[in-house]
Design a protein around this ligand. Structure first.
Ligand code: NDP
Ligand code: ZN
Length: 350
């Protein structure tokens, strides 16, 4: 066992504060990682504040982790001390069901183990995430960070990156397709970069007029202010795909109306209840598809890291200290982040 320093939420209504706990002793197939950077995902807020109604406290959030290997178990073959590695949203799964066999561990028939707020499959202990000084993870769930990536900006690829890359690839987005990205935050801005890299014509849907100029700098071809009804009406029947990253309950109908016949609306936010409900006519009359997507498997997460290295794609980040985390959450709730907060974990050790 090793003592870990961290920041945790003790309840849905208390701000994050310093917390100490024991990380498990290294198993044969485990890697011990000294955490250098951790991205801040809106899911961290959902879980810290129990938006999904099931959080077990204390919650140590953080599933966009980049660090350096400090120790490896006797059976570890992929990593050695000193390697720069990543950990995303999952730290274990059964490894033998049909989905694990296809490296779709996020859809493991026996349930994957999330990086925080889940239970270890062997000793049952609660998992604690990356707002901490180190983490112990079995090697199958550790990613290799390509040398070409800026280590200080790679962390968000492990959730925001894979969560937007995977559905674009799975749904077959290709050159010339018209893709809309809903919400210009951590996920949304990565979605724009990937859709552009795949050759699509990309439109950002944002509530914030102030993000229009920024959106073009991100590479978006067009911007629609989603609160402007006239702009939404003018976009009717024009998109092949919409990638919806909005983190709160919202009316899908005006967006569905923007899809062509056979167009696909991809949800990644978990926002219950879905009210008002999507109108059946908005789907039936144009054979539109409403679908969802959960992160991506381990093999595809490595693929997205390598894809970003090859295509020079990186996230736009604001670096913060761990002591600023509660303020960062407040700013994210207002959509005031360009476009991902990354915690410099040196601040925890200071
Ligand atoms: P961010 O907070 O970084 O960005 C969300 C964006 O949505 C904001 O920047 C804002 O963009 C827009 N938005 C915010 N509030 C509203 C509102 N009230 N109405 C309309 N638009 C709004 O969040 P993330 O990108 O980190 O996460 C987005 C969602 O995806 C979260 O719900 C998260 O839990 C989920 N998620 C899902 C995953 C999956 O596997 N399916 C994995 C990771 C995250 P703008 O100002 O441009 O309007
Ligand atoms: Zn996330």
């Amino acid at each position: 066992m090793s003592q870990a320093k961290a920041y945790a939420a003790r309840s849905a209504t208390t701000p994050l504060a310093p917390f100490s706990f024991e990380r498990r002793a290294l198993r044969d197939n485990d890697v011990n990682i000294d955490i250098l950077y951790c991205g801040v995902c809106h899911s961290d807020i959902h879980v810290a504040e129990s938006d999904w109604g099931s959080s077990e406290y204390p919650v140590v959030p953080g599933h966009e982790i980049v660090g350096r290997v400090t120790e490896v178990g006797s059976k570890v073959s992929k990593y050695k001390v000193g390697d720069i590695v990543g950990v995303g949203c999952m730290v274990d799964s059964c490894q033998h069901c049909a989905h694990c066999a296809e490296s779709l561990e996020q859809y493991c028939d026996n349930g994957f183990v999330g990086t925080y707020g889940f239970h270890d499959l062997i000793d049952g202990s609660l998992t604690y995430g990356g707002y901490s000084d180190h983490i112990v993870v079995r090697e199958e769930f550790v990613l290799s960070i390509p040398e070409a990536l800026d280590v200080s900006k790679a962390a968000p690829l492990l959730c925001a990156g894979i969560t937007t890359y995977s559905p674009l690839r799975h749904n077959g987005v290709k050159a010339g397709d018209k893709v809309g990205v809903l919400g210009m935050g951590g996920l949304g801005h990565m979605g724009v970069k990937f859709a552009k890299a795949l050759g699509a014509e990309v439109t950002i849907f944002t509530r914030s007029e102030s993000k229009i100029a920024e959106a073009k700098k991100q590479g978006a071809d067009h911007v629609i202010v989603s609160t402007d009804e006239a702009q939404m009406q003018a976009a009717a029947m024009s998109f092949d795909y919409l990638l919806d990253t909005i983190p709160v309950q919202h009316d899908l109908n005006p967006y569905l109306n923007c899809l062509k016949v056979d167009g696909t609306h991809i949800l990644v936010g978990l926002v219950e209840p879905m009210e008002p409900a999507p109108h059946s006519a908005n789907l039936v009359m144009k054979r539109r598809v409403l679908t969802g997507s959960l992160i991506g498997g381990i093999a595809e997460t490595q693929e997205v890291l390598d894809f970003c290295a090859e295509h020079n794609i990186e996230c736009d980040a604001e670096m913060i200290n761990i002591q600023d985390i509660n303020e960062a959450y407040q700013r994210m709730k207002k959509g005031d982040v360009k476009y991902r907060f990354i915690i410099d974990m040196k601040s925890l050790k200071a």
